[in-house]
Structures are given as C-alpha cells and as structure tokens.
Write a protein that binds this ligand. Structure first.
Ligand code: ZN
Length: 266
C-alpha cells in the first residue's frame, strides 16, 4: 500500500470539509497516514457515541452487562425517537442506542467510568477530574463538556480494541472474550447499524460511529468513525473526524473511501 494512494484517498474523502483521517498499523501501532490539513488531530473534542465501546468494555468487565442482558429503549432520551425497544449489548452497539449505554453508565457510576477512560489512555493522568454520578449517563455516551478527547487519543483506543488489549496496559490482556463481544457489535454496526454503508465492502470491518454537538457553541454537530479491518485479523485501525458533520452521513462514507483504497476494493 503506497502512502500516496492513502493520502489521495483521504484528500478525496474529506473534500470540502474540515476534518482529519488517521490510519495506523495494528501490529506495531505505527501511523500510516495522518491526513490533517487543518491541524485538528490533537484537538480535544467530545467523542460522542464512539466512547460507547469503552462503556461496553467497562460494563462487561464489571459484570453489569453480558451477551444476554437486554435494556429497553422507549425513545425518550435516545436519538431514535421511536425507541429501539429491548436490545442486548451487541445490538445496542450496532444501533448506537443512547438509552442502553446511559443505563450502563448510571449503574457503573462516574468514578468507575473515569477509571476506564484513564486506563484507555484518555484524559490527563495528572489532572484531577470531578464528575458527579448525575453526569455518568452523559459520560457513558461521550457527551460531557469536560470529557474531551482528540482524534489521536481515539486512535490509541481503537488500536487497543483491534489488538484485543495487546497494545494497552497488561490488565487488558486477559479480556479477550470481552473484546470479541464488542467486536461483534462493532461488526454488526457495519452490516445493519449506523455504519451500514460499509456492508458492501469486500473486507469485513468493525466500526463505531459518533455524532455529537460541537463544544464551540455553534449549532452544529461533529461526526466520528472509529474502526478496524479486516475483522478477524486486523491490519489497520482508523479514525475519521469531520467537523460540522455526522457519523453516519459524513465520517462513514469517508472511512469507506480509505478502506477501499487500502484494501484495493474498487
Ligand atoms: Zn435507543
């Protein structure tokens, strides 16, 4: 894969938009592409629903969730106003149900969530954060104005998921089954859920979208996609961030162009 080809794909993918695309090698964490014309890869922003993969990891490792547990979404409090109904964690990741993860966040509490964000390399380890339990539901879906991450931070997170914890602190290495369950949800997202525009790619992908209000007070959202491919033996991890965009309609199509270029899937 020539870097020029990847760079050309990124330029095309973000044409007319402010954003960044970062691609890394899962085996060694080396950055293969950092397309960042407006220098926002290190800018701290709200992660939105991409953070649900950490909420899922926290809930599964703490025994609050498992493959069977369903949580009912009646619509109020979720982006999907008709309600998702009862979903297990795989379906909740696929459809990005807010109520499912808000409930898990409430049950985990702010302190435990904060511990996981730090363990995944987010936030400043030396800084004192204070989040109340009232904020836990918002934190769990990546919506809190003090909980900010950069696209580069999210690359490190997605590398951890792609490598099943091997690139992260040793304590994650024994959670292969948890990473596998989350991978299933992230794959379903690319087939049936919020990243389903990727379903016709030849390469199988794991992904998570995010659409979150921008913190700068403008009436606009930012769009995210984080993911890795191929599903069973990941070679690359990628993060797409699109300012004034949405996950489903902007970040996912941009990610698709990168995946097509990398895997020569024209
Ligand atoms: Zn829902």
């Amino acid at each position: 894969m020539s870097p020029d080809r990847l760079e050309a794909a990124a330029e095309k993918a973000l044409k007319g938009k402010v954003g960044t695309i970062i691609v890394a090698d899962v085996k060694n964490g080396k950055i293969l592409l950092c397309y960042d014309p407006q220098k926002i890869a290190a800018k701290k922003i709200q992660a939105g629903s991409t953070l649900k993969i950490i909420t899922a990891f926290a809930a599964l490792t703490k025994g609050i969730s498992n493959a069977e547990r369903k949580i009912n979404c009646k619509g109020a409090g979720c982006w999907y106003e008709l309600g998702h109904g009862p979903l297990n964690i795989i379906e909740a990741l696929s459809f990005s149900c807010n109520n499912h993860f808000k409930e898990l966040g409430r049950e985990l509490g702010a302190k435990k969530l904060l511990g996981y964000y730090k363990a995944f390399g987010l936030l400043d380890l030396d800084k004192q954060y204070y989040f109340s339990n009232k904020e836990a539901a918002g934190m769990a879906i990546g919506e809190n104005k003090d909980l900010l991450v950069s696209p580069l931070d999210m690359l490190s997170v997605v590398l951890t998921f792609a490598s099943r914890g091997k690139t992260q602190t040793p304590k994650f290495r024994n959670h292969g089954a948890v990473f596998d369950l989350i991978r299933e949800g992230m794959h379903e997202a690319t087939i049936l859920g919020t990243a389903r525009a990727l379903r016709d790619l030849k390469v199988r992908v794991a992904g998570k979208t995010g659409t979150v209000a921008s913190s700068d007070g403008l009436a606009a959202t930012n769009g995210w996609f984080v993911g890795y491919a191929p599903l069973d033996n990941p070679l690359i991890a990628l993060v797409v961030f699109v300012q004034k965009g949405q996950g489903y309609s902007h970040a996912v199509p941009a990610a698709k162009k990168i995946l097509k270029a990398y895997f020569s899937d024209e």
